[in-house]
Design a protein around this ligand. Structure first.
Ligand SMILES: N[C@@H](CCC(=O)N[C@@H](CS)C(=O)NCC(=O)O)C(=O)O
Length: 299
């Protein structure tokens, strides 16, 4: 039974049909594309999501054409990976939320069958095919920022440092250092225990290297909370860049049942139940993509 849904597209279908009609996405209107594709549809909801995302990437650089949200052409656009797995995307997305600015998000499925093609799209060229990447406006001359930490810095410049960093110099120095350490380090933890929001794994083996990372993180959390956490439940009291950058660690600790002391559990609960995290988790849980290599801890 063909679907008659409003977004009846997959990339394969789109490509095949377009090729058969001797046309390419740039030449099309959304309406015409729908007409061309109407008769080719036996698609899952996930296929439809994929296709819309991919179609948007294909057309995003074309003179303001975008099939969705055309009235928000000046809004920022954040391209992220699968919400279940992409820890750097979570950081970029939380940063965009923290900025308070409107942004359009596009989720692209990492490492899926279209990934090789997708990562070469114009919109991902500045990051050489990595997410997250933030476009501040439309067109090739719009400011573009890739890398989660650069996105935090860019947005803090735009909306004011105090939204992202503690006001106090001593606290801010520590927060910045913690963020930098996460961004450049903890490779054992990051490579061995990949983020997988949906999953719970029991009895995972914690290597000495991973244990070292965990102990270091817990000691930094403890110090930040003890010295600067009086104003709220987060590392430096109110939610800031440090919480953004450590949010995927919270998820990893939950997924792999890493035993943590009470203060850390309380902190993790604060992060996990934060409205933005809950929205991200809900979306991760309803994603249909599975990336096999991230389904098990690495050996
Ligand atoms: N240092 C970058 C890392 C970005 C990154 O490696 N992102 C991953 C997803 S979590 C990615 O795009 N992987 C796709 C690939 O490497 O092909 C950041 O902070 O944003």
């Amino acid at each position: 039974m063909p679907h008659r849904d409003p977004l009846p597209l997959t990339r394969h279908t789109a490509r095949n049909v377009l090729a058969r009609h001797g046309t390419t996405a740039p030449a099309l209107t959304e309406k015409r594309l729908r007409e061309l594709l109407e008769s080719h549809l036996t698609l899952s909801p996930q296929d439809r999501v994929n296709c819309v995302n991919l179609f948007m990437l294909d057309t995003a650089n074309l003179n303001g054409y975008a099939p969705q949200k055309r009235n928000r052409v000046n809004a920022m656009k954040l391209i992220i990976g699968n919400k279940n797995y992409s820890s750097w995307s979570l950081r970029g997305w939380l940063a965009a939320k923290q900025s308070g600015l409107a942004f359009e998000e596009i989720t692209v499925p990492l490492y899926g069958e279209e990934w090789d093609h997708l990562r070469r799209a114009d919109d991902l060229a500045p990051s050489s095919g990595k997410v997250p990447i933030l476009w501040d406006g439309k067109g090739p001359d719009a400011p573009v920022v890739w890398d989660s930490l650069a996105i935090i810095d860019y947005l803090a410049d735009k909306v004011g440092r105090d939204r992202f960093w503690p006001k106090d110099d001593v606290a801010r120095a520590m927060a910045r250092s913690m963020v930098a350490e996460m961004h450049s380090g903890y490779t054992a933890l990051r490579s061995t225990l990949p983020m997988n929001i949906r999953k719970r794994v029991e009895g995972v083996e914690i290597t000495p290297e991973v244990r070292g990372d965990i102990v270091r993180i817990l000691s930094l959390w403890a110090e930040a909370r003890a010295r600067f956490g009086k104003g709220g439940p987060f590392l430096f009291g109110t939610f800031c860049a440090a919480d953004i950058i450590y949010a995927p660690v919270v998820s990893r600790f939950m997924t792999y049942g890493v035993p943590v002391p009470g203060f850390a559990m309380t902190y993790m609960e604060a992060v996990w139940t934060h409205d933005w995290m809950q929205a991200w988790i809900d979306a991760a849980e309803s994603e249909g993509w599975t990336i096999e290599q991230f389904e098990e801890p690495a050996r």
